[in-house]
Design a protein around this ligand. Structure first.
Ligand SMILES: NC(=O)c1ccc[n+]([C@@H]2O[C@H](COP(=O)([O-])OP(=O)(O)OC[C@H]3O[C@@H](n4cnc5c(N)ncnc54)[C@H](OP(=O)(O)O)[C@@H]3O)[C@@H](O)[C@H]2O)c1
Length: 253
């Protein structure tokens, strides 16, 4: 519980119509990488940071990740043990969060570990460019597969659907780099939690905080405001709010 007192809760100040409130959490090296160039999941941040991740999940109706984060590791995106479930209950949330996986071409492995963990619904977001066979294979293991019309996930539309159909008001995205980049490009992120661990990985192939297409011009960059900064030993815990742009799809709490 002492850990919970040090924890910065998500900002619930925004109450507008539309999509869920979206917050992202990453642990990164000082050079901005989410993993070494092997891209294999290796926990490199402190136990305190791993505790932070679990505490952030206690505020989420849904936890979301990209296909590679899910199928390259033993990931279940669940709420964790009894202590965390009690925190969820105290906040009026369901015992288990919904799990959302983004896989634009439905390349997500239907045999991934997450599909063996049946404690809460698993929703896959994909696109119409995905091969039917792959989509059908995922339909057999997921509770729902939502298909966006174009070649890319239409995040505002998909998030609205999650809000309406699954009553998801708060959604935590846990990476990796490609899905984070897509959410920033779609301009739907409200808050960003970044832990900077005192390591450098290097490597042009290592995933970074926001990958994918990115922006071409500085003027199109996502603008952040520092909400809080804490230091523990040699690790930094930063929380940023994303400055709303014009025509930003709004969150509903
Ligand atoms: N340090 C941390 O906090 C942290 C957190 C999470 C992950 N990681 C690391 O990050 C790496 C994984 O990151 P990653 O960037 O390679 O993969 P990722 O974002 O987890 O997943 C990429 C896949 O997700 C789908 N996807 C993501 N964004 C999409 C979009 N906008 N539209 C459609 N589909 C989208 C695509 O699936 P399809 O191929 O089906 O199109 C894509 O191939 C791993 O090394 C993992 O260990 C680190």
């Amino acid at each position: 519980m002492a850990e919970a007192k040090r924890y910065v809760p998500i900002g619930k100040g925004i109450a507008r119509k539309g999509r869920p409130y979206i917050y992202l959490n990453v642990a990164m090296s000082v050079d901005g990488k989410l993993a070494p160039a092997s891209r294999h999941f290796v926990p490199f941040s402190s136990r305190r940071d791993q505790e932070l991740l679990m505490l952030l999940r206690t505020e989420a109706d849904a936890v979301m990740a990209g296909a590679r984060t899910v199928d390259l590791g033993k990931v279940d995106l669940g709420p964790g043990g009894e202590r965390f479930k009690k925190l969820r209950a105290a906040k009026g949330l369901a015992e288990h969060n919904v799990r959302v996986i983004v896989s634009g071409s439905a390349s997500l492995n239907p045999k991934a570990h997450i599909f063996t963990q049946r404690f809460s619904p698993i929703i896959v977001l994909t696109t119409s460019r995905a091969r039917k066979q792959r989509v059908n294979a995922l339909r057999k293991v997921a509770d729902e597969v939502l298909v966006s019309g174009g070649a890319e996930i239409d995040f505002p539309e998909a998030l609205n659907l999650l809000r309406e159909k699954w009553n998801i008001r708060t959604l935590l995205c846990e990476g990796g780099g490609e899905i984070n980049g897509g959410l920033f490009r779609a301009n739907v992120v409200d808050r960003l939690f970044v832990t900077i661990s005192p390591v450098i990985f290097g490597g042009a192939n290592a995933p970074t905080l926001a990958d994918g297409i990115g922006v071409t011009h500085v003027r199109d960059a996502t603008q952040l405001e520092l909400f809080s900064l804490k230091r523990h030993k040699h690790e930094l815990f930063l929380v940023y709010d994303v400055r709303p742009r014009r025509n930003t799809p709004a969150a509903t709490m």
